[in-house]
Design a protein around this ligand. Sequence first.
Ligand SMILES: NC(=O)c1ccc[n+]([C@@H]2O[C@H](COP(=O)([O-])OP(=O)(O)OC[C@H]3O[C@@H](n4cnc5c(N)ncnc54)[C@H](O)[C@@H]3O)[C@@H](O)[C@H]2O)c1
Ligand SMILES: [Zn+2]
Length: 393
Amino acid sequence: MTAGVAAGVAAAGRELRLPSYGVTIASGALARIADIARAAAPAHRYAVVTDETVGPLYAVAVTRALGHGAELFTIPAGEASKTRETWAALTDAMLAAGLGRDTTVVAVGGGVVGDLAGFVAATYLRGVPIVQVPTSLLAMVDASVGGKVGVDTPAGKNLVGAFHQPAAVVIDPEVLRTLPLAHRRAGLAEILKHGIIADECYFAEVEAQLETLRGGLTGADPASAAAADDDGHGDLHLLAATIARSVEIKSAVVTADERESGVRKTLNFGHTIGHAIEQLSAYTLLHGEAIAIGMVAEAGLGERLGATEPGTASRIERAVRDAGLPARVPGEMTAPAILEATRSDKKARAGAVEYALPRRIGAMAGGERGWSVRANDSDVLAALAAVRAEEPA
Ligand SMILES: NC(=O)c1ccc[n+]([C@@H]2O[C@H](COP(=O)([O-])OP(=O)(O)OC[C@H]3O[C@@H](n4cnc5c(N)ncnc54)[C@H](O)[C@@H]3O)[C@@H](O)[C@H]2O)c1
Ligand SMILES: [Zn+2]
């Protein structure tokens, strides 16, 4: 525990200390997992949860490092695994393995593994500790921090879950060498979001470094570029420092509002329209890709409503494109279909859809009204029409 220590000191290779748990961001941190886990969440047994892709790359070694009594549980990779069925299978397997209350769950993987394993930890024998070891950029800067865990249901994403803060978060930027470039870029969407909601200087720094941060060779097949490991070491240093600042911003917001009654809503910027687009793409778009489009559309909506300074949307659109992310609504998705899909989002309250919108880069609008701005359907439709890939005939 690091109780009483204010959030601060974010630097690559150092320890970021938050009021209730520690976030370690360091190259080679994975090799220290046993020490970190034993210090933050001492347990008789460790249940390591991973997916089929990350398992052989990292989780097998983590399980071995945790020593006698550590068990590895592997789920198929991808969002389709984040279900109550997988939760049931995992908890059954843990019970069958005789794991008791003195167990700590260790999630090694992307946001899917983190959310699912976190929900398992929140519910297993009424709750055991979790150590998050995020291996995707998105999970490092977003999913692993904040304590939201859960699963998807046929009615929508993340509809069954809990708040369960991790005992520790261990981030080793070295693992990003094997992450496909499309996923790295998807993580950049959330990094841009952190700059937009809280820190103009950070946004400008990231903006200036996007060519390096996005990784890979322009136009190269992401998978083969990642396999060829064309990222230099300096690149990883920059990524580590960027991850640290993003984690700091997200933790500060979450610490101020653990249960999303106020300022935490600002983290939803880009997500009301983004989630709708993600869902309408039948999840062929990555979360970060859909959120990139959502941020451009919602900033445009904010300008239309007079809540956002003019020019904000075009600056966000430029950054999104420089990050190698899509900025426009796919031509086959109609504005009314997207509007309809935003209504099923958890953030829709009392029939009207509420948005978290920037006032400008680095500051959010609507602080006096709980950080949300109501938007009429006609404004949303117009904002969506303005960001379509192809104008309807
Ligand atoms: N809890 C939260 O606050 C929060 C916030 C944001 C997102 N999420 C959730 O996170 C999920 C998305 O996370 P994601 O984008 O990490 O998806 P993911 O977990 O599916 O990981 C993406 C892919 O990358 C692979 N992978 C991960 N790390 C790798 C590595 N180092 N090398 C090679 N391959 C690697 C995975 O096997 C997977 O195929 C969604 O379910 C979303 O709802 C949660
Ligand atoms: Zn997101």
